[in-house]
Design a protein around this ligand. Structure first.
Ligand code: PLP
Length: 437
């Protein structure tokens, strides 16, 4: 794959030195809608979902894809997935509530929270949302809430921590003995046997080892361990699982020419062992579940940002833009790489090395370090790539900056799906006590 093919996969191409995204002129978009702005290509989301579904169907028909809502929880995005037939993995009441507002019914949702409060449980039980517990101690509280509300205990799931994790950054690795998530092998049988004792009749099991896994071999060890734990539970408690969930975590190629995840290896190390498990242990036909976020949305979006200041301090060149870590946190939080390109290529000019920096009052507000770009000028527009997952959802109002807008491109048409916040929006929940008025 060459560079322009790599860009094409992300719906990007230069036409006469102007960057087009999903067939639209990015300079015109920035003029009409302002910057910074998240621009989403609906087609990419649909294509990623469909291709993953086809792949799973070709291996095992009783499968479900639960979109990890945390990656991008905008209502329009949820509606796109819903229309494709997706299910939804939520991590908070807020995400479940957002799903409801997108007309998604509770049967299509799993609540994989952690450190659940009684309020979380009450909300889930009242709304008939399946809870995926991540501690044995939570079972007692959840059972009590079921009994208190007089609600039937039908199905329960536990998140297993298989001790082998993977991910693009230490903070996105979610398995291991010192990691807060899930239940270790030693407590797994206890968890399910107590659930049985407490009156739950049906069971699901879950693992999620981390986020941003680009080498599919990294799933091998965790899956082996997970499967050995499932076998033990099934044997000692005679449990047949309604579903076996392998979590999300599939990475995408953020760097130029990086290869995408190899799904042939994924099939070999995840799907094949699952099929062997259910055959060898006579587990019937449980639903094979995965819950990707990044893989489905990351490459669907770019962030357009305008340069306001070119600064040469004598040592270094800075291109100061109107997006900062308030707009896109990943580079600062995880030292993540997002490729940055010019919306106006000016291909005849020589290149220079820039730090692309935001307006936040912290020196860590760097969206791209030491980037080689054609000579930049104030008012130029840049595109930051692959921001469709954990982009807008991680944005904040730090430094009292309003969040940006989002637009969606669908077959050549542009739809605004989120207004930019106003200065008044920043203040709307504040209350001044009388003595300060
Ligand atoms: C429980 C769970 N499932 C799924 C995901 C989605 O991960 P990804 O976006 O890497 O696919 C996450 C992300 O952290 C998660 O915590």
């Amino acid at each position: 794959m060459n560079y322009s093919e790599w860009l094409n996969v992300k719906s990007l191409e230069y036409r006469e030195d102007v960057l087009y995204f999903a067939g639209k002129n990015t300079l015109e978009i920035s003029k009409e809608y302002g910057t910074p702005i998240y621009v989403i290509n609906e087609n990419t989301i649909r294509e990623r979902y469909k291709s993953l579904k086809i792949l799973l169907n070709s291996e095992y028909e009783n499968n479900r894809i639960y979109y990890a809502v945390k990656a991008n929880s905008s209502l329009s995005i949820l509606k796109i997935f819903h229309s494709e037939g997706a299910f939804f993995d939520c991590t908070s009441m807020g995400e479940i509530y957002t799903c409801f507002k997108a007309d998604i019914s509770p049967e299509r949702i799993i609540y994989t929270g952690n450190m659940f409060t009684d309020e979380d449980f009450t909300f889930a039980v009242e709304n008939k949302v399946l809870v995926n517990l991540d501690s044995v101690s939570q079972l007692k509280r959840l059972t009590k809430i079921h009994d208190h509300l007089g609600k039937e205990k039908i199905i329960i799931s536990f998140r297993i921590n298989p001790e082998f994790g993977a991910g693009h950054h230490i903070h996105t690795i979610t398995a291991g003995k010192t990691i807060k998530f899930g239940i270790l092998e030693e407590q797994a049988i206890e968890a399910f046997s107590k659930a049985k004792e407490n009156g739950f009749e049906k069971f699901g099991i879950h693992q999620h080892i981390g986020s941003g896994v680009l080498n599919a071999q990294d799933f091998k060890k965790p899956v082996e361990k997970y499967i050995s734990i499932i076998k033990k539970i099934a044997k000692s408690l005679e449990i047949k699982f309604e579903f076996i969930d392998f979590g999300g975590g599939m990475g995408i190629p953020y760097r130029p020419l990086e290869e995408p995840l190899d799904f042939d290896i994924y099939k070999e190390v995840v799907i094949k062992p699952f099929k062997q498990l259910i055959n060898s242990e006579d587990l019937g036909e449980p639903i094979f579940k995965i819950e990707p976020g990044r893989y489905l949305t990351a490459e669907s979006s770019i962030l357009l940002t305008q340069i306001n200041t070119i600064k040469n301090n004598g040592y270094k060149l800075f291109a100061g833009v109107d997006a900062g870590f308030n707009t896109l946190l990943r580079p600062t939080l995880y030292n993540s790489y997002h490729h940055i390109i010019s919306c106006n290529k000016k291909s005849k000019e020589s290149t220079l090395i820039y730090d692309i920096t935001g307006p936040i009052c912290e020196s860590g507000d760097i969206l791209g370090k030491n980037r080689e770009l054609n000579k930049l000028e104030e008012k130029d527009v840049l595109a930051i790539l692959d921001v469709g997952a954990y982009g807008f959802t991680m944005s904040s109002n730090y430094n009292s900056r309003p969040r940006s807008s989002e637009i969606l491109i669908n077959n050549g048409k542009i739809f605004k799906i989120r207004e930019a916040e106003s200065l008044d929006d920043l203040l709307k929940l504040q209350i001044i006590p009388d003595h300060l008025k």
